[in-house]
Ligand binder design. Structure first.
Ligand code: FMN
Length: 374
C-alpha cells in the first residue's frame, strides 16, 4: 500500500497537500477546519506588522467561466494581504498550535524593505509557535506600491538581502514564494537559495486583467467604475505553473541539491498534484481550488494521488519526485530524435511506431503541409 506521508525540511506531514496562502487560511476557525479535514499543512493568509496600512476593496474577484458557463477556469483577485491586526494573528497561531500540536502551521509573512521589520515579524511569529515561514515576495497588486511583494520578488538583489535578514533570525524552515511575473524565474529563485532559504514555493498569481464589460465599457472587477490589474489563478494557470516548477526543479537539481520546492497554481485533483511532483515538487499547495470546492476536496485528492501511485507501483512520493524532468530537452534535440526515428522506420517500413499512431495532430500537420504546397 503506497503512503502519502512525507517529511520536508524536517516538517512531518501526513500528505503533501498544503493550503496555499489566501482566503482558505484567513483566520483560526478556517485553519482549524483545514486540519480537521486532513490537510498536510496550512499556510496562513499573509500577515504584516501593521495591518492598518492594508485596506481592501469590494468586489475584489473576477472570474473566467467555461463556454457553457458551468465552470470557473480562471480567477482574478485584487485582494491584499491580511487586514486583521498582527496581535490577533499571534494569538490565533498560539491557539492553533495548542489545538493541533502535530499540524504543520506555516506563517506567510511580508514586510517593507527594512531589516528591523523582517526580524521582528519572524521572531514574534516563531515565539507564537509557527512551524515554518513562507516569505511572500510575490503578490502582484497593491503592495508593490509600498515596494513589497512582487516588487521585492522581481529584484533578485533585494530578495537575496531580505532573505538573508530572515535567515539570520529564523529558527524554523523558510520557503520563499516566487512571482511568475518575471522573465526568468531562475534569477529570484537562485537569489533566495543563495541566501540560505530551505526551499521555494511557486507560483503566486499572474498579473492580469480579467476583461472589459461590453455594456458599461468598464474593466473588471469594477470598483466604483475603476479597476487595477490583479492576480490570475485557478486551472487556467496550471501550464505556466508547471513550466516554472520544472525550471526551478532543474535549478535545484543542478545548483542546490536537497533544497525543497512547493508547487502551486491551478491544482484541483490528485492527478494535478502528481504532475507537479513528477516535475520536482516536494509538496503541492491549493488555494483557489479550496475556494471552489471546499476544504473537503483534500480527501478525493489524496485518493486520486494514491491511485496514481498504485497504478505505477510507487510506494512513496520520493519514488516519482522529479521523474519526468529527464524528458525535457532542446528543440534541436527533438529534431534529431525525430529524424533518427524516421530513418529507422524507413529501414523497417512495416513496423508501426506508437507515437505516430497515437498523435492525431500528426495528420493535421501533414494535411496543412500538403495544402501549403498546392
Ligand atoms: C483571493 C486570493 C488571495 C490570495 N492571497 C494571497 C496571500 O495573501 N499571500 C500569498 O502568498 N498568496 C496569495 N494568493 C495566491 C495563492 O496562494 C496562489 O499562489 C495562487 O492563487 C495560485 O494557486 P491556486 O491556483 O491554487 O490559487 C491569493 C490567491 C487568491 C485567489
Amino acid at each position: 500500500m503506497p503512503t502519502l506521508a512525507t517529511t520536508v525540511d524536517g516538517l512531518r506531514m501526513p500528505n503533501p497537500f498544503v493550503i496555499g496562502s489566501g482566503p482558505p487560511g484567513t483566520n483560526l476557525s478556517v485553519i482549524n477546519r483545514a486540519f480537521r479535514e486532513g490537510w498536510g499543512a496550512v499556510i496562513a493568509k499573509t500577515v504584516s506588522l501593521d495591518s492598518s496600512k492594508v485596506v481592501n476593496v469590494s468586489p475584489r474577484y473576477a472570474k473566467l467561466h467555461s463556454t457553457d458557463g458551468k465552470e470557473v477556469i480562471g480567477w482574478e483577485n485584487i485582494e491584499l494581504i491580511s487586514d486583521r491586526p498582527f496581535s490577533i494573528w499571534l494569538d490565533e497561531f498560539k491557539r492553533c498550535k495548542d489545538a493541533h500540536p502535530s499540524g504543520v502551521l506555516i506563517a506567510s509573512i511580508m514586510e517593507e524593505y527594512r531589516k528591523d521589520s523582517w526580524v521582528e515579524i519572524v521572531e514574534r511569529c516563531q515565539d507564537a509557535g509557527v512551524d515554518a515561514f513562507e516569505l511572500n515576495f510575490s503578490c502582484p497588486h497593491g503592495l508593490p506600491e509600498r515596494k513589497m511583494g512582487a516588487a521585492m520578488g522581481q529584484d533578485p538583489d533585494v530578495l537575496e538581502e531580505v532573505s538573508g535578514w530572515v535567515m539570520g533570525a529564523a529558527k524554523r524552515p523558510v520557503w520563499a514564494k516566487m512571482t511568475p511575473n518575471i522573465t526568468h524565474i531562475e534569477d529570484p529563485s537562485r537569489a533566495a537559495l543563495r541566501a540560505g532559504c530551505n526551499g521555494l514555493s511557486a507560483i503566486n498569481t499572474i498579473r492580469s486583467v480579467m476583461g472589459v464589460n461590453l455594456d458599461t465599457l468598464r474593466p473588471e472587477p469594477s470598483v466604483e467604475g475603476w479597476t487595477t490589474p490583479g492576480g490570475y489563478s485557478s486551472r487556467a494557470v496550471k501550464p505556466i505553473a508547471l513550466r516554472m516548477v520544472m525550471e526551478i526543479s532543474t535549478l535545484i537539481r543542478k545548483e542546490f541539491p536537497g533544497r525543497s520546492l512547493s508547487g502551486l497554481g491551478g491544482i484541483e485533483s490528485g492527478e494535478d498534484a502528481a504532475q507537479f511532483i513528477l516535475l520536482g515538487a516536494d509538496t503541492v499547495q491549493v488555494c483557489t481550488g479550496v475556494m471552489k470546492f471546499g476544504y473537503e476536496c483534500v480527501r478525493p485528492m489524496c485518493d486520486e494521488l494514491l491511485a496514481f501511485m498504485a497504478k505505477h507501483g510507487f510506494e512513496t512520493l520520493a519514488d516519482f519526485k522529479g521523474k519526468s524532468l529527464d524528458y525535457f530537452t532542446t528543440h534541436a534535440d527533438l529534431v534529431r530524435r525525430q529524424a533518427e526515428r524516421k530513418a529507422a522506420q524507413k529501414a523497417a517500413p512495416k513496423k508501426v511506431v506508437a507515437s505516430d499512431a497515437e498523435w492525431s495532430g500528426d495528420e493535421f500537420v501533414k494535411q496543412s503541409d500538403a495544402l501549403s504546397r498546392q
